[in-house]
Design a protein around this ligand. Structure first.
Ligand code: KIV
Ligand code: ZN
Length: 511
């Protein structure tokens, strides 16, 4: 008799995405509410289970942004972060009042160093606050997650006690954060197993989550080790952005579980075909470029330079590739169009590339495509993506560039004339500068009245060739905050102006 071997269903791992909260805490990554909505809509398409949309107590603007996200995005649970204070919990309540499915994420540090220097609280006070604040939050929320901040530097027995106290008070999820990115995979796995042993409902009735930072480059490895030891939720961000060196990267965790399923016997519900697009949208909205060698989503992640590798790939892709780039939505660079291509063909390409634009956005993108096609012979997928992302960035900005003229003569300082427009209001200004970009930026400062410090400027070509589209990313400092912007054009001065204006608009929104 032939018996069919039973294959065990992989264990479900929930993805708690914190791109809009911890990710937004990366220096220069702050987003406008409209940009946050764009990211949230993409996270919904990516099919994350939970979106941590922000920290409501941070500002009334943050509350408003979370409310806007809650009205637009209905499938995932929307979470808000709160300290263990009544005011923070009330702010989360207000921020999440329109969410179809809502969750509060409360945190209180537990490690000796945080207790002594930051909180000035004894262990007993921590336990008491955890009970009181979870009980208070339970008046408004059915779903309550508690994070003992700096868990990995907390005494193990005390950590287990705090976790037990939180569960007894009504926490439905316990998140173990490696706040400072200190732990190691084996050590973290052992800690998770210990907590499960002490609190057997973890990973079963009570969700057991982990939240790892990347200070030693181990965030994804630590999260995966936790999964092997009983965790059933990972907090992560697209592109691994986040405080300092970032958080565990969503695409790394998800693709490791998929690629090494036989080791983990666990999987997520992530729509992996949306990974590449999510990476691009997050990079565009935050202004944080993805390092070329970044695992899964970096520009070089699937390019093969060595002759032996190229030869192997041509004979059989799997010789040097452990994942199929198509699975994560990476389309091959294809020569798509030129200046004779029409609106219909352009729309077809937009759909193929996964863009869902309304008629007005299509018209704007098409107009930009025609301008580009006049300057550049061959238009590739990357060009169309850059055009659309540029259009989105510009359309979310109040002031945009109407006219630009730059005069550069040997032995004379360059002179820039700039006209910008917001609704029906137009303003013009001119300035000289140390170089053409400096002259433009001074003119923008004059015309917007915003003085900012340029802290980072980078330029890269979207494709190869002299006629390639140039993409400029800037980071500017204003007060205590940093703001980013990005712009694309075949004229790098124009791209520089667009990028700077996007950043200046963010300052104006914040003001
Ligand atoms: O890193 C951390 O500890 C956090 C908590 C708020 C979970 O971000
Ligand atoms: Zn964090």
């Amino acid at each position: 008799m032939v018996t069919k071997k039973k294959t065990k269903k992989p264990r479900r791992v929930y993805i708690f995405d914190t791109t809009l909260r911890d990710g937004e805490q990366s220096p220069g990554a702050s987003m406008t509410p409209e940009e946050k909505i764009k990211v949230a809509e993409q996270l919904e398409r990516l099919n994350v289970d939970i979106i941590e949309a922000g920290f409501p107590a941070a500002s009334p603007g943050e509350i408003e942004a979370i409310q806007m996200i809650s009205k637009k995005v209905k499938k995932p649970v929307i979470a808000g972060l709160a300290r263990m204070r009544k005011g923070d919990i009330d702010a989360a309540c207000e921020a999440l009042k329109f969410a179809k499915k809502k969750k509060i994420h409360v945190f209180l540090a537990t490690s000796p160093i945080h207790r002594k220097y930051k909180l000035k609280m004894e262990k007993a006070e921590i336990l008491d606050t955890v009970t009181k604040m979870i009980t208070y939050a339970a008046n408004y929320f059915d779903d309550i997650e508690y994070s003992p901040e700096d868990a990995t530097r907390t005494e193990r027995d005390f950590l287990a006690e705090v976790v037990k106290t939180a569960i007894a008070a009504g926490a439905t999820a316990i998140n173990i954060p490696d706040t400072v990115g200190y732990t190691l995979p084996e050590e973290f796995g052992t800690l998770i197993a210990y907590l499960v042993e002490k609190n057997p409902s973890l990973g079963k009735k009570v969700v057991l989550s982990v939240h790892c930072h990347n200070d030693l480059g181990l965030a994804s490895a630590n999260s995966l080790s936790a999964i092997l030891n009983g965790a059933n939720q990972v907090e992560c961000t697209v592109n691994g952005i986040g405080e300092r060196a970032g958080n565990a990267s969503l695409e790394e965790v998800v693709m490791t579980l998929k690629t090494r399923q036989q080791v983990y016997h666990a999987d997520t519900m992530i729509n992996v075909g949306e990974i590449m697009k999510s990476s691009k949208i997050v990079s565009n909205m935050t202004g944080i470029t993805v390092q070329p060698n970044k695992a899964v989503v970096g520009r070089n992640a699937f390019s093969h330079e060595a002759g032996i590798h190229q030869d192997g790939i041509l004979k059989k892709r799997q010789t040097y590739e452990i994942m199929d780039p198509k699975d994560i939505g990476l389309t091959e660079t294809r020569l798509v169009m030129g200046k004779h291509s029409g609106r219909h063909a352009f729309k077809t390409q937009l759909v193929r590339l996964g863009f869902d634009l309304n008629d007005q956005q299509v018209e704007k993108a098409f107009a930009a495509f025609k301008v580009l096609a006049d300057r550049k012979k061959n238009i590739y997928d990357e060009d169309i993506e850059a055009i659309v992302q540029d259009q989105i960035a510009q359309s979310l900005s109040a002031w945009h560039l109407e006219y630009l003229k730059v005069n550069v003569e040997t032995d004379k300082p360059p002179m820039a004339v700039i006209r910008i427009k917001k609704d029906s209001e137009e303003r013009t200004s001119q300035s000289s500068g140390d170089g053409p970009v400096d002259a433009c930026y001074k003119a923008i400062e004059k015309v917007t009245g915003v003085k900012a410090k340029l802290v980072d400027y980078s330029i890269h070509s979207v494709t190869s060739g002299k006629d390639a589209l140039g993409e400029v990313s800037v980071k500017v400092a204003h007060g205590a905050n940093e703001y980013s912007g990005r712009g694309a054009s075949t004229d790098v001065i124009e791209a520089s102006v667009k990028a700077y204006l996007v950043a200046i608009n963010k300052i104006l929104v914040k003001k």
